[in-house]
Design a binder for this molecule. Structure first.
Ligand code: 9D3
Length: 242
């Protein structure tokens, strides 16, 4: 799977995603992360990418043309013969704009996106991007939650991390991410490792019993208690499903 990240700050993205599990997936070729500097498509004297907003108001806006030329270059690199709307009859490559005004990213969306071969991610900075280029290229508006950040780069990394781990082969443990669906919609149960007693706190006895049925029952109870206490919103949804 290929991620194409359009940003003014590629240096933020590269080191983070070349680390740990995602870094390993990149090295093994399971995923590709291609960062593109929008500034390289500002074909004017000072490589200017921002300007004042019509109608006034605070701050600068990213201009339409550098974003558009950057996008065209990415699309041409993926499918040289296809227009951005899929003129050849092929489906349009999804172009995701990370924005506080998007639909809030969740696990279901991550699963859906993990089925795509290519994803183009557009990161905004300053006060946003000229609306006209967004109308022309963006297929999905996605936010990562209701708080204010300084740009779309960290949200793009969050999305790439969550989507990549669902790509087959990226997690090399025996249990597929699907295993989690047994507890789907519940928080995870608490886990313990050695030593058996730490700071006067023993590991719950049932986990040392070797009685697998009881262990399973205990874990499920704990998952339910935890979800009710910490995430009443998830618990309400879970009850609705079952
Ligand atoms: C001037 C008004 N601002 C809204 C409070 C505009 C604005 C704030 C922050 C525009 C962009 C940003 C930068 N944030 C993102 O680009 C962003 C984001 C976020 O701030 N929170 C959650 N998800 C995301 S995805 C992209």
């Amino acid at each position: 799977m290929n991620f194409h990240v359009m940003t003014l700050f590629p240096e933020m993205i590269d080191p983070v995603l070349n680390t740990s599990i995602i870094g390993r997936a990149v090295k093994s070729g399971l995923i590709n992360i291609d960062t593109v500097n929008i500034r390289d498509y500002a074909f004017n004297k000072h490589s200017k990418v921002d300007d004042y907003t019509y109608g006034g108001g605070a701050g600068m806006l990213m201009q339409a043309e550098p974003v558009y030329l950057c996008y065209r270059s990415v699309v041409d690199g993926i499918r040289p013969d296809a227009g951005h709307a899929g003129k050849d009859g092929s489906t349009r490559i999804r172009c995701i704009y990370l924005t506080p005004q998007g639909r809030v990213f969740d696990q279901e969306t991550a699963g859906e996106l993990s089925k795509e071969e290519d994803l183009i991610l557009l990161c905004g900075h300053y006060e946003g991007i000229d609306e006209r280029v967004l109308e022309e290229i963006v297929t999905d508006n996605i936010s990562i939650g209701d708080y204010v950040l300084t740009g779309g780069e960290i949200p793009a990394m969050v999305l790439i991390d969550a989507v990549s781990r669902l790509v087959p082969g990226v997690l090399n443990n025996d249990l597929s991410p699907e295993y989690e669906s047994f507890y789907d919609g519940l928080l995870e149960y608490p886990q313990y490792s050695r030593p058996e007693i730490w700071h006067d706190r023993p590991v719950p006895a049932v986990l040392l019993s070797g009685h697998h049925e009881n262990i399973e029952k205990w874990r499920r109870e704990q998952a339910i208690i935890r979800t009710m206490e910490r995430r009443p919103d998830l618990w309400d949804k879970y009850k609705g499903k079952s």
